[in-house]
Design a protein around this ligand. Structure first.
Ligand code: NDP
Ligand code: MG
Length: 411
């Protein structure tokens, strides 16, 4: 008999609630960040399964024209443009349609609470995803979690709220979806998580070469086509560090049991090792629509026309140790987990600042880790942060990090 009961550790949220998505009514999905890489792929999934899903709410920050186009196609009940400067343009563009138009960060929190919303996909980028994710959890909405920064900043708080409100989190990040899929049916503890990493565009670069890499080079990811922020985070491997933190909170596993393994082909999306030495992994062609669709349809799997693995052209699947000397951001993320409290929040804020600074030429590639480390030393440490502490920490750490950026002569 297949046993679909789950690991029940007190520190984990309700990851695998049974029976969602199986009803006959269309599942109404709010997409926070519908104009981004994850958001647009989520809309492709919804369009392909119009008999199962409906886009109830769409949101963006600045790209109001694209948001208006999406609204025209998917006819959601409401749209939100976070940057209020674009409100009138968006409202005018949609004036002939019965779609409510809102603006501002608070509106993001309000729309997810609507009774009509069945699931919230958090596909916004950065710390800005935290308040609406919390609002959605408080309103009892299942979360399809793409916005990993939420778990990095406040994983403990998110888990507590998910338990209080009986809200499941369905991971969208490909690695966490792979871990989640590997855990289905297991009742025994995890011995180790094998978190795979592509290694990014600079995997084979020496430290000397890393000194002069440009944003354009960093934006060319070998396997995934993603938003700019996460693409830069992948180049520094901070993305993998964040995923270690995300895995700790999603699966209740301590950092020393999360092994990062560089796997440049991105076919093995991650794996779990158990007490008997067995390892279960999920494999597939790199395509974010697979984990997005599964988060929407779980526990069912829906038909797709996505590419299939071709076993006879995969000649090399290779695995390497990560190099934390060249990719120090990965070590800093582990360090922040060991320190706990608001330290991951400090790292996230500093990282958002240096990520942006690197993109616009105000910080060299290797300097990013230096600035994050100095910010970790200077920002106020809080062992047991509240929600308000996270907001204050984010502000303080951003200020400290920003003070250290400057136009870089090498770029
Ligand atoms: P993008 O930059 O492509 O898209 C971000 C979306 O969020 C856009 O819709 C953007 O609006 C909106 N947004 C940005 N800032 C704000 C803000 N301050 N307030 C409200 N909305 C905002 O990002 P991705 O789709 O690549 O990533 C989204 C999240 O998913 C990130 O947390 C990332 O780490 C995670 N993720 C992404 C993966 C990927 O393959 N892309 C894989 C795994 C995780 P606008 O278009 O108007 O700027
Ligand atoms: Mg990932």
């Amino acid at each position: 008999m297949i046993n679909n009961s789950q690991q029940s550790k007190d520190t984990t949220p309700l990851l695998h609630r049974e029976g969602q998505g199986g009803g006959s009514a269309l599942k109404q999905i709010a997409i926070l960040g519908s104009t981004g890489s994850i958001g647009t792929q989520a809309l492709q999934v919804i369009a392909a399964h119009a008999d199962r899903f409906e886009a109830r709410i769409l949101t963006a920050n600045n790209r109001w024209q694209l948001l208006a186009e999406q609204a025209r196609q998917f006819l959601p009940a409401a749209v939100v443009i976070a940057n209020e400067a674009h409100y009138e343009a968006l409202r005018d563009a949609l004036s002939d349609l019965p779609i409510a138009v809102y603006a501002g960060a608070d509106a993001l929190c309000q729309v997810v609470e609507s009774d009509e919303v069945d699931m919230v996909l958090t596909a916004m980028v950065g710390f800005a995803g935290l308040p609406p994710t919390i609002a959605a959890i408080r309103a009892g909405k299942p979360i399809a979690l793409a916005n990993k920064e939420t778990m990095v900043v406040a994983g403990e708080l998110i888990n507590r709220l998910c338990r209080e409100h009986q809200v499941p989190i369905l991971p969208v990040d490909s690695e966490h979806s792979a871990i989640f899929q590997s855990l289905i049916g297991e009742v025994s503890p995890i011995e180790k998580i094998i978190l795979t990493a592509s290694g990014g565009p600079f995997r084979t670069f020496t430290k000397e070469q890393l000194q002069t890499v440009t944003p354009q080079m960093a934006l060319r990811h070998p396997n995934w086509d993603m938003g700019a922020k996460i693409t830069i985070d992948s180049a520094t491997m901070m993305n993998k560090g964040f995923e270690v933190i995300e895995a700790k909170w999603l699966f209740g596993v301590e950092p020393d049991k999360i092994q990062v393994v560089v796997h440049p082909q991105s076919v093995v999306h991650s794996a779990v090792q158990f007490a008997d030495g067995a390892v279960k992994a999920q494999l597939g062609v790199p395509d974010m629509r697979v984990p997005i669709q599964l988060a929407f349809s779980f526990p069912e799997r829906l038909q797709s026309d996505f590419d299939r693995l071709d076993w006879f052209t995969m000649h090399d699947l290779t695995f390497e140790r990560p190099d934390t000397d060249r990719f120090r951001c990965l070590a800093l993320a582990y360090e922040s987990l060991h320190q706990g409290g608001n330290m991951p929040c400090i790292v996230n804020a500093a990282n958002e600042v240096v990520n942006r600074a690197f993109l616009v030429g105000n910080c060299a590639f290797l300097e990013m880790a230096d600035i994050i480390e100095k910010t970790m030393q200077r920002a106020t440490f809080i062992q047991q942060p509240t929600y308000e502490d996270y907001l204050a920490t984010d502000k303080e750490a951003r200020r400290i990090a920003a003070e250290q950026t400057h136009p870089s002569p090498s770029l």
